[in-house]
Design a protein around this ligand. Structure first.
Ligand code: GLV
Length: 312
């Protein structure tokens, strides 16, 4: 790839080295800078980032592209991101697969009573409970993009009835698809397990509030792997406490990391993990960033370009 211009990797507070190294491996001739390198602003052609604040882009007059290191781009649209600078996100089949593994692990632990058996084991108690049939445990997936579909594909062969909700009602093989407000209410009413894989947009912020979570069947289990701001944590807490919800697995939070005193760390019905369900591989991030840069230079349509109006 041509030298002179280059890519600035701004990953703080994440470690930047693995991303910068992957870019250098994939394009040995390209200049790759990190925050410490004091990049010449007029040579920065693309920025690879996880989150951006207003004011961070103004100093790069030749910027033609911002690339996300992840699938979600909600923290990458500062108010001063010029309309002329496109934003791309990562679409990584392996990331979808890892999220599906995470969701499956949490849900199977719930449906197969692993928490209860762990308690029994601690008391050396041999007590057998009936297995809840997969057919009696309906899975509902909010968001049927690459990630939501990977989750659906993981559940289907195990016999779980799978439904999902997407914006336009596009069909997904093996999945009963709902859309719109009425569709959301119908999906919630039939979901014993609810999995949120949605992108964070103004329409999905606070979506899972007390009203909507109360529409789930009593005893439902919620898995949140989209963005923390989609679940109103205080409402979730109240519904777990009063038994409306049987449990939740949270990989994303309203504030990351949650304070040590936050109830999410300590609630007996909650599995809380530090945003680890999946991460796109460094090499995939680098390859897709460089591919987007080549397309931008050649005036070609950008793979995985974000629709700024839709927010994903
Ligand atoms: C992870 O949260 C991602 O957006 O890829």
């Amino acid at each position: 790839m041509a030298t002179g211009m280059g890519v600035l990797a701004l990953l703080s507070p994440l470690p930047v080295a693995p991303y910068a190294d992957a870019l250098r491996r994939a394009a040995p001739g390209l200049d790759v800078w990190t925050r410490e390198d004091d990049a010449p602003p007029e040579r920065v052609e693309a920025i690879l980032a996880w989150r951006l604040q207003p004011g961070q882009l103004a100093r790069y007059p030749k910027l033609r592209l911002v690339c996300s290191i992840g699938a979600g781009v909600d923290k990458l649209m500062p108010s001063d991101l010029p309309a002329s600078v496109p934003l791309t996100r990562v679409v990584d089949a392996n990331q979808g697969c890892e999220i599906a593994q995470y969701v499956l692990a949490c849900v199977l632990g719930f449906t197969r009573d692993l928490g209860r058996y762990a308690q029994q084991q601690a008391a050396a108690q041999w007590l057998r409970h009936p297995v809840r049939a997969a057919a009696q445990c309906r899975v509902g997936i909010l968001g049927l993009g690459a990630v939501g579909q990977a989750v659906a594909r993981a559940f289907l062969p195990l016999g779980y009835p799978v439904a999902g909700w997407n914006r336009r009602g596009e069909p997904v093989p093996g999945v009963e698809v709902f859309s719109g407000d009425a569709g959301l209410a119908a999906l919630l009413a039939r979901s014993d397990v609810l999995v949120c894989t949605l992108p964070l947009t103004p329409a999905t912020r606070g979506l899972l509030n007390r009203t909507r979570l109360s529409q789930l069947p009593r005893g439902a289990f919620v898995v949140s792997v989209g963005r923390g701001e989609q679940v109103v944590e205080a409402d979730l807490h109240a519904l777990l406490d009063d038994g409306q919800l049987a449990g939740a697995a949270l990989d994303v939070f309203e504030r990351e990391p949650p304070e040590a005193s936050n109830w999410v760390w300590h609630h007996p019905k909650v599995i809380a993990t530090p945003h680890i369900a999946a991460q796109a591989s460094f090499d995939t991030v680098a390859a897709q960033c460089l591919d987007a840069l080549r397309c931008a230079r050649d005036g070609l349509p950008l793979p995985h370009a974000v629709d700024r109006a839709a927010g994903y």
